[in-house]
Write a protein that binds this ligand. Structure first.
Ligand SMILES: Cc1cc2nc3c(=O)[nH]c(=O)nc-3n(C[C@H](O)[C@H](O)[C@H](O)COP(=O)(O)O)c2cc1C
Length: 183
């Protein structure tokens, strides 16, 4: 039994690109979380000094990141699709979460964005990694293709059906996390 009342959900962006569509979607998602019965914050890989496994790293960031993941109830990943897979920065971030991973047992929602027709490959590969680390990947996955048309300049062109699916995914994550902390 925990004393926490609201679940803590951590968003993790998978793009290091300036003005990345991944970040634009994460920003949009963070607005959808407003007023919901949880605490949501998101982190950006550019703010962490991470290295590939085996490369020396004097920074405390990997430890800080592991603590952050350990202390949250759920994770929401947004990955870009790069060359038919998740981004290497996101894979490196996951590799910095320890082996065994601090993602073990965490409820996870997956979002992917691509310029092509879908981000299905990125999501599928990410899902395979998460199943190896024993995370609990929730069934609603959101893959958004032609993302450059969705975030076109200052405009956000998210159709109602997609908005509903995004909110369904968010609600499912909050609900799973709430149930877990009240068990
Ligand atoms: C290295 C690299 C590889 C990419 N490979 C693909 C790809 O395989 N399929 C695709 O649809 N888009 C691909 N894209 C386009 C991205 O999906 C697009 O930039 C999208 O906006 C998501 O990335 P972002 O969040 O970094 O902007 C690639 C982009 C980069 C930088």
């Amino acid at each position: 039994m925990t004393t926490k009342s609201k679940p803590m959900i951590l968003g993790i962006s998978g793009s290091l690109r300036k003005d990345a569509n991944t970040d634009k979607l994460m920003q949009y998602i963070s607005v959808q979380f407003e007023g919901k019965d949880c605490v949501f914050e998101w982190i950006h890989p550019k703010n962490f000094q991470l290295t590939l496994p085996g490369i020396e790293n004097d920074s405390n960031d990997p430890e800080y990141l592991r603590e952050k993941v350990l202390s949250c109830d759920g994770i929401l990943f947004v990955t870009p699709e790069y060359h038919g897979s998740l981004s290497s920065s996101l894979k490196m971030l996951i590799d910095n979460l320890g082996y065994p991973s601090t993602l073990e047992g965490k409820n996870v929602s997956l979002f992917g964005v691509a310029m092509g027709p879908s981000a299905n490959n990125a999501i599928r590969h990410l899902k395979e990694i998460l199943s190896v680390v024993n995370a609990n990947v929730l069934p609603v996955e959101i893959s958004i293709g032609s993302i450059h048309k969705v975030f076109d300049g200052q405009e956000i062109l998210i159709e109602k059906e997609l908005e509903n699916r995004i909110n369904e995914s968010i609600s499912e994550l909050i609900s799973r996390c709430s149930n877990q902390i009240s068990d």
